[in-house]
Design a protein around this ligand. Structure first.
Ligand code: CU
Length: 335
């Protein structure tokens, strides 16, 4: 019904040909135009506003463009450790790095330094003119073999567990997005939601400042994903090897031409998370950022509709009723 209405309305506005030809593309433009307009209501958008005025009557409006939180989902000045994490694997990884590897490395470095200083001072030629000729000591040799093995074993347990988790296949109800790396921008396609590829380019310095976003990380069309639902990215490259990397979500996967790489993860909190291409891919490698906008599930469905896409049946059910819904919606998934 809505579509019929929209066509009539659009026809009256003499937009009919454009709408019929490329309605998803137009919706995308609308979303992009609506976002800045919502952000600074004082500054009226120009010609694009006409399109957005026509749209709400017929189409679902995209949720307003989310503002990033300073220091969240982006690097902070002077930061030396990993970024704050927003996915389960990210927490494990950061714990492994900060609580386990770093203390062990520090302890070993300090121990070796102290031993060397002791040897250099205590056994220098003037203090120890006739050196010992001892060449073997069974106890010491056993200790310095067994202790490192034990340390490696202790590290191996959480490390291999994390490695396995990182390659765990996504569950069936995961939201699937095909990510394509191009020289030098990203394309995001939602095959299950029937949303064709959305192209994402970097914002200029002026545009980024206008939107209150970090330059070199902000993008015009973000990769919109639901928070709290499992996500499956199918990652590929169109020309050369790129790498899709978002540090705060513990996501990094090469985008290789002719190959489909898979990455699954869950975003714990709604927010804006930034990343960059992390494989040297040519002249403008530094200018193809990744911006992920994680929306609450209901808003994500709204966004899918605003793009002319279809929220999947089980996703819709999950948003209306929280906890028991996924189990109840399972039979629907088989249809
Ligand atoms: Cu690159």
């Amino acid at each position: 019904m809505n579509k019929v209405k929209s066509l009539i309305l659009a026809g009256m506005l003499a937009f009919a040909p454009a709408l019929a030809m490329s309605s998803p593309a137009l919706a995308q433009d609308n979303a992009a135009a609506a976002a800045p307009a919502a952000e600074n209501a004082a500054a009226p958008a120009d010609s694009a506003t006409n399109a957005t005025e026509a749209a709400p009557a017929a189409k679902v409006e995209a949720p307003p463009r989310m503002k990033p939180t300073e220091g969240i989902g982006m690097p902070r000045p002077g930061e030396i450790t990993l970024q704050q994490q927003f996915s389960p694997n990210g927490h494990t990884a950061r714990w492994l790095h900060d609580q386990m590897l770093l203390p062990i490395i520090t302890f070993i470095c300090v121990l070796v330094l102290v031993l060397m200083l002791y040897v250099m001072i205590r056994f220098r030629r003037s203090a120890n003119p006739t050196p010992s000729k001892t060449s073997h000591n069974t106890l010491v040799e056993v200790v310095w073999t067994v202790v490192p093995v034990m340390i490696l074993l202790v590290i191996a347990v959480p490390s291999i567990g994390l490695l396995a988790d990182q390659y765990k296949p996504a569950p069936k109800d995961a939201v699937t997005v095909k990510v394509t790396g191009y020289q030098w921008y990203w394309g995001y396609e939602y095959p299950d939601n029937e949303i064709p590829e959305i192209v994402s380019n970097m914002l200029t310095k002026e545009q980024a400042a206008e939107h209150g976003e970090p330059y070199l990380l902000a993008a015009d069309n973000r990769l919109v994903l639901p928070a709290g639902r499992p996500i499956k990215l199918i990652i590929t490259g169109a020309d050369v090897i790129h790498s899709f990397a978002v540090p705060s979500l513990w996501v990094k996967m090469d985008a290789v031409p002719g190959r489909l790489n898979e990455k699954s993860f869950t975003i714990e909190k709604p927010g804006v998370y930034y990343g960059q291409c992390s494989e040297l891919c040519g002249a403008r490698h530094a200018f193809m950022p990744i911006a992920i906008e994680a929306l609450p599930p209901a808003q994500f469905d709204q966004w899918v509709l605003s793009q002319g896409g279809k929220p999947r049946a089980e996703e819709g059910a999950a948003t209306t009723a929280q906890a028991p819904a996924p189990a109840a919606a399972d039979p629907a998934a088989k249809i």
